[in-house]
Design a protein around this ligand. Structure first.
Ligand SMILES: NC(=O)c1ccc[n+]([C@@H]2O[C@H](COP(=O)([O-])OP(=O)(O)OC[C@H]3O[C@@H](n4cnc5c(N)ncnc54)[C@H](O)[C@@H]3O)[C@@H](O)[C@H]2O)c1
Length: 335
């Protein structure tokens, strides 16, 4: 297989799993990541070391904002597909550090889109987020819903990238798919996310912080299902008006552009998630109930019918199974 895929954020949680999937399928992959210290760099290095075992994997360490390093890496590799998953993630951190988000998510994504145009990639896939639905009350979230009221700076940068991407797609007829991920969890996950922090604290017999007194739910999506969706979408290259045949009104009339939700389509209440985690760890959590956090949304739930119609996407992992697999990995990795 000669298809070359350039994956940004390849040492991150979703990027690592995505790169591994493509390598397992025989694709040639170049990863790009700054290896920044937003969370434990050792975990990023451990992910990278797994990828480095593949002969068809090469890697560039660099910042998306550094045009020189980024363009050298892209031009020398000449990928036909770019999957852009590097970003400054995390809702809470964006309240205190908005500028990092501007740089990584907006300038960084702009640099990727511009390069994708220059080398005329066949398909550019960009990671967006369910947080763009912001304060919307109507659930499940559907791609055609308005996304005008983000409530965190992180979400606002994600929405901005969707706008930038649509404009470039329209101006240059650049095929772009934006994937709105819904709370991704699983082995090799992100230490800044609630389920990861809970696990660490429960094992150390420390209190866990439960916001909004636990009265919220999320559409938790197991990472293998996400990666399966990314893999399936890769060769579904959008064309102008190509959503029409999928009987969906979220058409892009002027650009080869699509926005697709990618979630598990199930409501999982936070307390149920914690119950399963306690069961798998065999320890009861010490709980501290707190009010709602700034920037957080109450609930998320995806409608993924469009993705299903286009790719046959069918998330399979129940949260009980996903948590079990995460705990197994955690105990094995951290001993
Ligand atoms: N995990 C989730 O639940 C979730 C939900 C919605 C959206 N997303 C989006 O999915 C994508 C991947 O998220 P993740 O959970 O794997 O996060 P992650 O933090 O584990 O991975 C991101 C990677 O990008 C790298 N990076 C960050 N800024 C960079 C920069 N300026 N230049 C180069 N590299 C940089 C980091 O070092 C990291 O390894 C992101 O776009 C994120 O916003 C994730």
């Amino acid at each position: 297989m000669k298809i070359k895929i350039f994956i940004t954020g390849s040492s991150g949680f979703i990027g690592f799993h995505t790169a591994k999937k493509f390598l397992d399928k025989g694709y040639i992959v170049r990863g790009f990541d700054s290896m920044n210290n937003y969370y434990d760099v050792k975990l990023k290095k451990a992910r990278l070391n797994i990828l480095k075992k593949y002969k068809k994997f090469t890697f560039t360490k660099g910042n998306l904002e550094n045009k020189k390093i980024l363009s050298k890496s892209v031009f020398s590799f000449k990928p036909s597909i770019i999957i852009h998953l590097a970003a400054q993630a995390g809702v809470r951190y964006s309240i205190e550090n908005p500028e990092v988000y501007l740089n990584s998510n907006i300038f960084g994504t702009f640099n990727i889109i511009e390069l994708a145009r220059k080398i005329k990639v066949k398909h550019l896939i960009i990671g967006s987020s369910s947080s763009v639905y912001g304060a919307n009350k109507k659930l499940p979230f559907k791609e055609i819903d308005k996304t005008d009221h983000q409530i965190s700076f992180y979400a606002a940068t994600k929405k901005s990238t969707e706008c930038l991407a649509h404009t470039y797609s329209s101006l240059w007829k650049l095929p772009i798919t934006m994937l709105r991920f819904f709370t991704v969890y699983g082995p090799w996950g992100r230490p800044d996310m609630a389920y990861f922090k809970f696990t660490k604290k429960i094992l150390n017999k420390r209190k866990i912080d439960i916001y909004n007194k636990g009265k919220m739910y999320r559409d938790y999506t197991y990472v293998d299902d996400i990666v399966d969706g990314i893999f399936k979408v890769t060769n579904k290259i959008p064309k102008i008006n190509s959503n029409k045949k999928y009987k969906d009104d979220s058409l892009s009339h002027v650009a080869p552009f699509r926005v697709l939700n990618i979630g598990n389509t199930k409501k999982i209440y936070l307390m149920n998630f914690i119950n399963v985690l306690e069961k798998e760890l065999g320890i009861k959590a010490i709980k501290k109930y707190l009010p709602m956090q700034k920037g957080d949304v109450h609930s998320t739930l995806s409608d993924t019918n469009l993705l299903k119609r286009i790719t046959g996407y069918n998330p399979k992992t129940k949260y009980q199974t996903g948590i079990k697999k995460f705990v197994e990995w955690y105990q094995n990795y951290y001993g």
